[in-house]
Ligand binder design. Structure first.
Ligand SMILES: Cc1cc2nc3c(=O)[nH]c(=O)nc-3n(C[C@H](O)[C@H](O)[C@H](O)COP(=O)(O)OP(=O)(O)OC[C@H]3O[C@@H](n4cnc5c(N)ncnc54)[C@H](O)[C@@H]3O)c2cc1C
Length: 475
């Protein structure tokens, strides 16, 4: 890493808006002692999945389809985490730079089940195309980068919530919504379940294996697993903001303005920055009359501090009102814009990253070595690099037992976090974690002792592209 230039090191720069104001500094006003008490065991299962975001849904569905008795606990009223409730409706690249779909399996199934009205993106035949007209067209629509058309569609979040829910039900997942995991149940370095809070009070769920898909490693951190919290302030991987949608717009007119009047567009952006400061441009959605704003990306706030998160909510809402007024007044296609929705879930990109048995590292991108415990293949961040191998070891805590991590808090460095936190990669690690958890529960071994060859064969049979799957799955 020492020889890398700043440009080589930072792949996900874009606009990062440094913190503008301080929240009130709160210090503990003393301490109280919580009394010990007996609590009911709400459920016993093979695999407990904590958090119903992209990684959690994939983990729960994969584990249940593998034959495990699965409980999925989610604190809100819907599934999908940031991919639905966070309004992150732009699903990042699932194809590599040659147009080959490398993130598949459940990822492909989620997309296929949306239906034509709920997804917008290039047709299959164009993935990988370097045709300049196609690349220019899709480049304006979040689906072409470095002159290559990619499979990175935008989707309808409400339909995706329904798809997730339906697939969880079909697989036989025991879904609990409106329940907040508050504490691990662990003994002698092994997690055996979790305590959650709901309107029913405090209850326990016991499991053979727990999968932490809370996004911020809430379970593994509380149970004592080591984690990294360093960030790269030059990259957007750590930024935080609440997203929003404007409706009543004409995105085609807006895109025509961007493409055909570049000078007027840069004047518009300059004026926006001058008047608003942290200024954001919209991206397309699944409909021409809906615009998506996934920023302004705020730096300097913690995703683990309630006061800071509260401040981000206020600043995002204030920013949205300023954007609405400015866009209505100055942006072609936005004259009749109205606020369709502010995301019900705050957009936290980074909280903690597991210290795992293995880590995905920036220093490994160039060589593109295939890990012997590969559980998925991620597209690389630029055509300069080969595809990136995701190892099972990045889901397994270095020391803590009985638990696997999946999603944006797996083991990696800050640069690799830039793409491993994306939704397709969260589906990928979720599917692997769920399959591994079911295998561990069924064979009575710890997750770290799972037969990796068998895991790879199972994933391969589920349609996950792998370069290490050589073992046939017994019927
Ligand atoms: C503003 C923004 C823009 C982004 N842009 C893109 C993009 O364009 N393309 C892309 O592919 N990705 C993008 N990402 C990244 C991507 O959305 C997330 O990294 C991804 O959704 C993470 O998935 P996850 O399953 O790890 O966690 P999450 O999506 O955060 O889901 C975690 C789930 O766990 C639940 N949970 C958490 N704690 C508990 C608890 N204690 N008890 C019960 N439930 C709990 C939460 O409610 C949530 O449903 C963006 C992220 C943000 C914030």
């Amino acid at each position: 890493m020492g020889t890398l230039t700043a440009e080589e090191r930072h792949f996900f720069r874009s606009d990062v808006n440094a913190r503008q104001s301080q929240r009130k500094q709160r210090t503990p006003q003393g301490h109280i002692t919580e009394a010990a008490r007996e609590i009911p065991v709400h459920e016993r299962c093979d695999v407990l999945v904590l958090g119903g975001g992209p990684s959690g849904v994939a983990a729960a569905v994969a584990a249940a389809r593998s034959g495990a008795r699965v409980v999925l606990l989610e604190r809100y009223n819907h599934l999908g985490g940031l991919s639905t409730g966070g309004l992150v409706i732009w699903i990042d690249r699932m194809t590599d730079w040659q147009g080959e779909p490398v993130i598949q399996g459940l990822a492909a199934e989620f997309m296929d089940r949306l239906g034509a009205d709920a997804i917008a993106g290039p047709p299959r035949k164009d993935w990988g195309s370097q045709d300049p007209d196609a690349a220019a067209h899709w480049g304006l629509r979040t689906a072409a980068f470095h002159g290559v058309v990619t499979h990175s569609p935008t989707i309808d979040p409400e339909i995706l919530k329904g798809v997730y829910h339906q697939m969880a039900r079909e697989a036989g997942v025991d879904l609990i919504l409106h329940g907040w995991m508050v504490a691990p149940i662990a003994e002698a370095g092994r997690v055996k379940g979790a305590v959650f809070e709901s309107k029913q009070g405090r209850r326990a769920i016991l499991a053979k294996v727990v999968v932490d898909t809370t996004g911020e490693g809430d379970l593994y951190a509380a149970a004592g697993a080591a984690f990294d919290s360093d960030i790269d302030t030059h990259e957007i991987h750590h930024c935080i903001n609440t997203s929003w949608l404007f409706a009543g717009v004409d995105m085609q007119r807006w895109l025509d303005f961007r493409a055909r009047q570049p000078e007027a567009f840069s004047g518009f952006m300059a004026r926006g920055r001058e008047e608003i400061g942290s200024f954001e441009k919209p991206i397309v959605s699944w409909r021409n009359d809906v615009a998506t704003f996934l920023g302004p990306r705020k730096s300097g706030f913690s995703a683990l501090d309630v006061d800071e998160m509260t401040q981000v909510e206020w600043e995002s809402r204030k920013s949205m009102a300023e954007h609405l007024a400015f866009y209505r007044a100055h942006a072609p296609g936005f004259e009749h814009a109205w606020i369709m929705l502010v995301a019900p879930q705050i957009g936290t990109r980074h909280g903690r990253r597991l210290v795992g048995v293995k880590r995905v590292l920036r220093s490994g991108w160039d060589a593109g070595a295939v890990e012997d415990d590969e559980i998925g293949i991620s597209p690389s961040p630029s055509p300069r690099f080969p595809n990136i191998s995701v190892p099972y070891g990045a889901l397994v805590p270095e020391t803590l037992d009985g638990v696997l991590a999946a999603g944006k808090h797996i083991a990696c460095d800050t640069n690799s976090h830039g793409f491993l936190r994306e939704i397709p990669q969260c589906w990928l690690t979720g599917q692997a974690a769920g399959t591994a958890a079911a295998l561990a529960a069924d064979s009575g071994v710890l997750p770290r002792d799972v037969d990796v060859k068998r895991l790879q064969a199972l994933l391969s049979a589920q349609g996950v592209p792998l370069r290490q799957a050589s073992v046939a799955v017994p019927a």
